[in-house]
Design a protein around this ligand. Structure first.
Ligand code: F0G
Length: 464
């Protein structure tokens, strides 16, 4: 049994809420803002990683940074299920469970960090990496948050969990709920998510409802369902999700031998992931595990850009919801719940917010694919955004950059096939990028079943 030593703090009015007193919608009763998990004992730690003189005599709650780094490496050799999880391997930094050894895990995390050599060469960048969260068990970054929040739901005795989703959260929730022998309820915007994601929720056994509305509408309906039924809310307003989703920050730091890269670029939808990663990096610095934080940049699709607009016109102080529309359906969100947290992370780390067009997203996705990696459209906004940041000098060639790829390419094969068939984008959308796009498009060839026919194609390809 682990000592549970966390509390929740409102990001609006800073009120402190004890875990047992939290509302079902995870919002502050006083001001309606979101909450975040904090660990009071950590305040005894200075940025150098040692308790301040005044507090040095108190109980030593966290091991020193060197010991933690050693412990987390050692666990890579362990056979225990929680040690094999890339989330629970770092459990000292998310002490939210009483019984972490009973966490619901599918061996999430421990995802690869790839070098993107071709994209880097094109951009003249020395160090470009992709942290591929699409290599998680259900194919997206959501698994890291789900293991944390769903384990919390189980410890609290819930039988039912629920979420509104653009597809990936529902896939992850359904899988983890089934592993825990719990039941799950999924609300999806009808016709606006990919078939692969819908199929996952069905396969993993969720009660799956498609509603005749968008994601933001599903969120509104779910809020009422949660008020009226004994179900545990697993959307990313649930602050425990973010505790799991911050662990890729630790993995990145570990891969870089605790020398933090200069930039991290993250797609923005409901804006929890950028918030979570920011929290992870800031906590690492606070605990003395690292000496700097990367500049965290959020990239949105032009058609779903409320944070971009908020930072441009209102300095991130307020947000105007938009009617969201983008083919990157995962981030088709007009009223993001975690905008305040994300705006704060951008400001605290010195990062940026960018928006990219549909054609830029499709092209960037094909470019990542050409590296033999592949990702879903929402993930490709990161490379498209990076190009813009480099073009106007906000990122220098000598700086190191990590793109956070959030979903696997097979999450949305229809998008990929439409791109290569040339049916994805309208002509006016490709303006200015026609050459780059046509260079990336691959036709599927239908041939007679003869070696001669195939050899003719091969010869033409060799000549090209
Ligand atoms: N990338 C992918 C593949 C996603 O599925 C999402 C969000 C995001 C990026 C954006 O992350 O919301 O934390 O800013 N998908 C949610 C879902 C909304 O329901 O699956 P965010």
């Amino acid at each position: 049994m682990q000592e549970v030593s966390h509390q929740l703090r409102c990001v609006g009015c800073s009120a402190v809420i004890l875990p047992d007193a939290v509302e079902k919608d995870f919002r502050c009763v006083d001001c309606g803002e979101l909450l975040e998990v904090e660990y009071p004992s950590w305040s005894a730690w200075t940025a150098a990683g040692a308790p301040t003189a005044a507090l040095a005599t108190g109980p030593r709650r966290t091991p020193n940074p060197g010991a933690l780094r050693w412990l987390w490496q050692e666990r890579l050799q362990s056979r225990l299920p929680i040690d094999k999880s890339g989330v629970w391997r770092f459990r000292e930094l998310l002490p939210i469970l009483q019984y972490p050894e009973k966490a619901v895990t599918l061996r999430e995390g421990n995802t690869p960090l790839y070098r993107l050599l071709q994209c880097a060469e094109e951009l003249g960048l020395e160090q470009l990496y992709a942290k591929h969260q699409g290599m998680n068990p259900t194919g997206s970054f959501k698994d890291t948050g789900m293991t944390a929040a769903l384990s919390q739901a189980r410890e609290r005795g819930f039988q039912w969990v629920a979420c509104a989703s653009t597809g990936n959260t529902s896939a992850a929730m359904a899988a983890y709920a089934s592993r825990a022998r719990m039941n799950s309820l999924v609300l999806l915007p009808e016709g606006k998510i990919s078939w692969s994601k819908l199929s996952q929720a069905l396969d993993y056994g969720a009660v799956t409802c498609q509603l005749n509305t968008d994601f933001d509408g599903c969120v509104r309906v779910l809020a009422e369902v949660v008020r009226r039924a004994p179900v545990y809310l697993l959307n990313s307003v649930n602050p425990y999700r973010l505790e799991g989703q911050k662990t890729p920050a630790l993995e990145i730091a570990e891969e870089f031998d605790w020398q933090i890269p200069d930039h991290l670029i993250v797609p923005g939808g409901n804006l929890a992931n950028s918030s979570a990663l920011g929290k992870g990096f800031l906590e690492m610095k606070h605990l003395g595990l690292s000496t700097k934080v990367p500049k965290i940049t959020v990239v949105q699709a032009e058609g779903a850009n409320p944070l971009y607009t908020s930072l441009l016109h209102h300095d991130g102080q307020e947000i105007q919801p938009v009617q969201a529309d983008t083919r990157a359906t995962a981030i088709r969100i007009g009223n993001p719940a975690s905008w305040r947290k994300a705006a704060r992370v951008i400001q605290q780390t010195g990062g940026y917010c960018e928006q990219v067009s549909e054609a830029e997203i499709a092209l960037a996705k094909a470019e990542i694919g050409q590296e033999g990696i592949g990702c879903e459209p929402a993930s490709a906004v990161t490379l498209a955004g990076l190009k813009k940041l480099m073009r106007d000098g906000r990122i220098d060639r000598a700086e190191s950059v990590v793109l956070l790829l959030t979903g696997h390419t097979l999450k949305d094969s229809e998008f990929t096939i439409d791109f290569h068939r040339g049916t994805l984008l309208r002509e006016e959308e490709t303006a200015g990028l026609e050459r780059e796009i046509s260079e990336k498009r691959r036709a599927t060839l239908s041939l007679e079943a003869s070696a001669d026919a195939v050899l003719r194609v091969l010869e033409a390809a060799i000549q090209a």
